[in-house]
Write a protein that binds this ligand. Structure first.
Ligand code: R5P
Length: 293
């Protein structure tokens, strides 16, 4: 039982001092639950408002992609520099040290490979996502494809389950051969994700009118890198995306297939968090190539 004899009289009531308010730093997310905000604040930097996510979930559809043949060797040196990792539960359990202590955007939908029809996906068990301490659940949405209904239903289901446990749902806009990667399509796909419960959205940058994609999406957008580009073009892409309203990147191949992946992720961080120019970031990339590990 608490000892009441020595209790100091309460005196600091702060009468007249308003209770501090804590507006949330990510757009459209003022009204989500505390747990979700806490997880989002681990993925996105409250200081810059942005994130550098490292995606290496490619193997679940593509098999041993270049740069990911031996994830146990190639990924740990990069994970150190990521704000969040995006991977499958298989990769997580087999090659990511639990002590790395990075938030995990777990690949939550799966089901087909590049050998058959993409996006005919199912969801994994929410209990397993909680077991691996997921900070976000990433679900593919293929608007405009013949799997549209199924993938949107997957997102809706994920958003319901994730909200129950305070976990953000990440809507990943798929692009297929038949889908055009332009602002009109990407705006539609991102908006569909947000309105169906995605806490944030992953999409692609487009050369024309990308700011319309970010402006019309009520929640944060992060961009994938897509196929490997020359390093200077990747840094330019990241820079433009951030300038035009993206809240970060969720990049894979343009990091782990770069000539010097560890230098590359640091150069991308300089663009995303410090808003360094592509030229400055390229200089940093070149300097870091010669840095001792
Ligand atoms: C997306 O659905 C994939 O699973 C990857 O996570 C995504 O494409 C990001 O990787 P990359 O930057 O290589 O396109």
């Amino acid at each position: 039982m608490a000892d009441n004899d020595t209790t100091k009289d309460a005196a600091e009531y702060g009468i007249g001092i308003p209770v501090p308010r804590h507006p949330f730093f990510l757009k459209g997310l003022d009204h989500v639950d505390w747990g979700m905000k806490n997880r989002l604040s681990r993925i996105f930097s409250p200081k810059s408002g942005n994130t550098v996510m490292l995606a290496f979930d490619h193997g679940y559809i593509m098999g041993p992609t270049s740069g990911l043949e031996r994830m146990d060797l190639s990924m740990p040196p990069l994970i150190e520099y990521a704000d969040c990792i995006m991977c499958t539960r298989g990769a997580l359990r087999s090659i990511v040290p639990p002590t790395s202590n990075k938030p995990v955007s777990l690949r939550y939908s799966a089901g087909t490979t590049v050998l058959t029809d993409l996006n005919d996906e199912c969801l994994i068990d929410i209990e397993d996502a909680i077991r691996v301490n997921a900070s976000a659940l990433a679900v593919m949405v293929a608007a405009g494809s013949r799997f549209e209904a199924k993938t949107i239903a997957n997102l809706v289901r994920t958003a319901d389950l994730a909200a129950k446990y305070g976990i953000p749902a990440l809507g990943v806009t798929a692009v297929g051969k038949e889908l055009t990667r332009d602002a009109r399509y990407l705006s539609l796909a991102c908006r569909v994700c947000a309105e169906n419960g995605a806490t944030f959205v992953k999409t692609y940058y487009c050369e024309s009118d990308f700011e319309k994609v970010t402006a019309t999406c009520p929640v944060p957008i992060v961009i994938a890198g897509g196929k490997k580009l020359p390093e200077d073009e990747t840094l330019e892409l990241a820079y433009r995306a951030i300038q035009q309203g993206a809240s970060g990147v969720d990049m894979g191949r343009n990091v782990f297939q770069a000539g010097h992946p560890v230098a590359m992720i640091q150069a991308i961080r300089a663009v995303v968090h410090e808003r360094r120019s592509p030229k400055e970031a390229l200089d940093l990339y070149q300097t870091l190539q010669h840095a001792k590990p």
